[in-house]
Design a protein around this ligand. Structure first.
Ligand code: HEC
Length: 116
């Protein structure tokens, strides 16, 4: 090969990029199409098509408006926990047995893109 060092550089760069890609909630790194599908399948009935808590089913305490500052001011890690573990004494169920960690991150990334 004419340029072996260039080849090595390419391999190392690729390896580094693969290692550095830790899960993130940045919308451009998540699968928003998958997040939207999951939202529509599992969350929409309660949270409504726009996330405003106006789904077909009503509860007491009421379903959270996912576009409200109440929810959006909570850190992502808190919201992930709410979806994983559910919210005690509310209709918000724990999803960790039904959705993978990746799926929960995708669905949260999607709902953070809903118009305020
Ligand atoms: C059976 C109805 C129901 C379904 C289905 C449901 N939720 Fe909820 N959700 C609720 C209720 C009720 C609350 C308000 C909980 C509270 O008062 O703390 C809530 C709250 C939330 C919150 C705010 C949590 C917080 O810490 O403030 C998020 C985020 C959320 N839901 C995401 C989801 C996602 C994602 C799905 C689908 C995977 C989903 N929910 C499915 C009823 C539901």
């Amino acid at each position: 090969m004419k340029y072996p060092s260039l080849y090595v550089l390419c391999v190392l760069t690729t390896a580094y990029c693969l290692m550095a890609s830790t899960p993130s909630l940045a919308a451009n790194e998540r699968n928003l199409v998958r997040g939207k599908k999951l939202y529509e399948k599992y969350c929409l009935a309660c949270h409504g098509p726009q996330g405003r808590g106006d789904g077909a089913v009503q509860f007491d305490p009421p379903v959270a408006d996912l576009t409200s500052s109440d929810v959006l001011l909570k850190p992502d890690s808190r919201l992930l926990k709410s979806i994983h573990e559910g919210r005690p004494n509310t209709a918000m169920d724990a999803w960790k047995s039904r959705l993978s960690d990746e799926a929960i991150r995708d669905v949260l990334a999607y709902l953070l893109t809903l118009p305020r």
